[in-house]
Design a protein around this ligand. Structure first.
Ligand code: WT7
Length: 661
């Protein structure tokens, strides 16, 4: 990598290629600016226009934004619609109905296609099965499924009958699943017997059983099991049914239930700065509107596109850009069951070539690992594949480092595809700050400018704008339709987490630090300002990992978790642990570290496993007993300690904690 590619101040600029500007839905910066001006001049009118143009309403709304109970905003509040009807039924009688909605590629490479019309029938039948199981409008359904057509069907079927789904990522543990079943008060769990990943058959249903066996799932009545593989799984009579059993005799027609615009479409749990995950509650109309509009704007989606978002439905990206957005936009999308490195690290490139993908959306962490693989093995280098179908590339989940950006641009995009570096969050429902492929000049590592209607800014602690070039906190000054509506069952936490009083109580605080460039005013995200880590694009709360560690009560006395930069995963988890026994060293320390890692994997999921574990006799604390996290962060990074350590009771522990296993 040449030095110029690693400098901190990025001044390479890539104007959008003419081919991308021509015919784009937002073509050229003037068109972008005109939309921003429209939103600036008539904020509600702008959103009302989009909501009328992009959604099919069973009862039109008359009121756009209700701020009377801020920050509990309501959008289009007297309107009614159905999300599934807006993704499926609306294409009936159009040329879309007979085209592939989903091209599914299984872990082993087997391909299954389903047209829009067939998908509608499948969703309707599943919706009828849910109804027959007693699932009603407003009930919560947990979906713990692999990446499959059936996973999308389950989500759409819930939406069709007005049930609120909560998808739990298939990599989460029984404990995490248990917590979510209870918090959501779920009446049903939709799962699969097993999932296939990288040639391995991994249990899902057994984990559901384990979660339910932990007790307290009092609202839960049904478990529906998709038989993904031929291997039998435990079935509890009277509670569990296979998909085949549940679908038997059910009609493939189901009238979509109109719901209020504000009806909770889904709850998705994500990590915050305290131990307990937050149930991010999203609306129906506002959420779906933005999923659809961002497909059009950010990805410039056309009817001829083959869209592929590699995210799992267990994350918000898999909600907005797999389960809802692409269907609302009426394009063909690829859904992939497996992992990018199986059977080899050329899998993504092979699939792009095979399915003639035109718009490809993935995470920097995947790109970085594929760069490494391609550099080590020419056979999996993108140059070996025909990627000429691609016209737009996307990045999501974490900042993309300029080195990875350049490689993605050159080797995957053939220097002709704009890269949209989309900044957003579980809470924002859809893209917030992102380039537009047919308008925005690109700067590697920058998510550039807010979408029209998104009033993003960078401010200080009291909400005052900071000048370009100065770092501050990223906020959104006005509500937007797809924003989080509440933390499920905890309105106080919603207010406290996102709408700081010191800023006036109505600015949405993203939790990220950011800076705008002096020349263009482009946004660059500098990382979380709270105790949240981003490991491989997955959000993890340091407190969650700490509670998992200290819940090993026989062994662990105290634990502190911080992040440190990592070349591959963006950030890595670093845990400082005090044991109840004497401080271990050498081989014994290794053994205990493995034990701790496995415990965290069991408590939360393998993604939360600490990469580094350091043992100390105690932790550095202030006089008032607060753990000095800044100091731990420096130690984790291997930096020289510049902080004042004079208050430390036992300065010798700094040396202990700096010691790598
Ligand atoms: C956090 C949100 C967005 C869906 C997937 C992650 C980080 C996300 C970017 C980006 C820099 C990014 C932020 C944000 N993040 N996209 N393009 N550039 N940082 O959703 O799990 O809710 O995580 O991911 O830190 O706050 P999430």
């Amino acid at each position: 990598m040449s030095a110029i590619e690693s400098v901190l101040v990025e001044n390479r600029v890539f104007p959008p290629p003419e081919a991308a500007v021509k015919g784009a839905r937002i073509s050229g910066m003037k068109a972008y600016e005109a939309l921003c001006a429209e939103a600036g001049q008539d904020f509600e009118g702008f959103w009302a226009r989009l909501a009328r143009e992009n959604l099919a309403w069973t009862k039109p709304f008359t009121r756009t934004l209700d701020e009377s109970n801020a920050p509990f905003y309501k959008w289009f509040a007297d309107g009614e619609l159905n999300a599934s009807a807006n993704c499926l039924d609306k294409h009936l009688g159009t040329p879309v109905e007979n085209k592939d909605a989903i091209v599914f590629e299984a872990d082993d490479g087997a391909v299954t296609r389903i047209t829009y019309k067939q998908l509608l029938a499948r969703v309707s039948q599943f919706a009828n099965a849910l109804k027959a199981q007693g699932v009603n409008k407003g009930d919560r359904v947990i979906i713990y499924m692999p990446m499959t057509i059936e996973g999308v069907v389950a989500m759409q079927a819930c939406a069709r009958i007005g049930a609120t789904h909560s998808v739990v990522f298939g990599g989460f543990s029984a404990k995490a699943l248990h917590e979510r079943i209870i918090d959501a008060g779920a009446v049903a769990v939709v799962t699969a017997n097993y999932q296939m990943r990288g040639g391995k058959e991994l249990p899902l249903k057994a984990i559901v059983d384990e979660a339910i066996a932990m007790g307290g799932c009092n609202t839960l009545k049904q478990v529906l099991v998709y038989m993904r593989t031929a291997t039998a799984c435990n079935m509890v009579a009277g509670r569990d049914q296979t998909f085949d059993e549940a679908l038997e005799g059910q009609s493939t027609e189901c009238v979509p239930v109109p719901v209020n615009a504000e009806h909770p479409l889904f709850i998705l749990y994500t990590s915050g700065s305290t131990g307990k995950p937050k149930g991010v509650q999203h609306s129906t109309a506002g959420y779906l509107l933005w999923a659809k509009v961002t497909m059009d704007w950010t990805f410039d989606i056309k009817p001829s596109d083959v869209f592929w978002c590699t995210a799992d439905i267990g994350w918000v990206t898999g909600h907005s850009y797999v389960a809802y957005g692409p269907l609302a936009a009426g394009c063909t999308q690829v859904v992939f069951e497996g992992v990018p490195t199986y059977p080899n690290a050329g899998r993504f490139w092979d699939m792009i070539q095979k399915h003639k993908v035109t718009v490809f959306y993935t995470a920097p962490t995947a790109i970085r690992s594929l760069i490494k693989a391609a550099e080590g093995d020419e056979k999996v280098h993108p140059a070996r594949y025909d990627l000429s179908s691609l016209r737009i590339l996307g990045s999501v989940g974490e900042p993309i480092n300029p080195e990875a950006w350049m490689w993605y641009h050159k080797h995957v995009g053939g220097e002709r595809c704009p890269i949209v570096d989309t900044f957003w969050q579980t809470e924002t429902g859809g893209h917030m700050i992102t380039p537009l492929p047919g308008a925005t000049p690109l700067v590697p590592g920058s998510c550039t400018l807010p979408l029209p209607g998104i009033m993003a800014a960078i401010v200080d602690e009291v909400g005052k704008d900071v000048p370009n070039g100065s770092g501050g906190m990223l906020v959104v000054k006005r509500p937007w339709p797809s924003m989080i509506r509440n933390i499920w069952g905890d309105p106080e936490r919603y207010k406290k987490s996102y709408f700081p009083e010191e800023m006036g109580g109505t600015y949405y605080l993203a939790g990220d630090g950011a800076v705008r460039s002096e020349d263009r005013g482009y946004f660059r995200i500098t990382g979380r300002i709270d105790d949240v880590l981003n490991v491989s694009g997955h959000r993890l709360g340091t407190m969650e990992i700490e509670s998992a560690l200290v819940s090993m009560t026989e062994l662990v006395a105290e634990a502190a978790v911080v992040g440190r930069p990592d070349d591959m995963t963006g950030e890595a988890v670093c845990a400082f642990v005090v044991l109840k026994r004497s401080r271990p060293t050498g081989e014994e320390a290794q053994k205990i570290a493995t034990q701790l890692r496995n415990w965290v994997a069991k408590e939360i999921g393998p993604i939360a496993k600490p990469k580094d574990i350091r043992f100390g006799d105690n932790l550095p604390k202030t006089r008032s007993g607060k753990i000095m996290r800044r100091l731990l962060r420096s130690i984790a990074r291997g930096e020289a300690i510049t902080q004042d350590t004079s208050t430390l009771e036992n300065p010798a522990i700094l040396e202990q904690l700096a010691e790598k296993l």
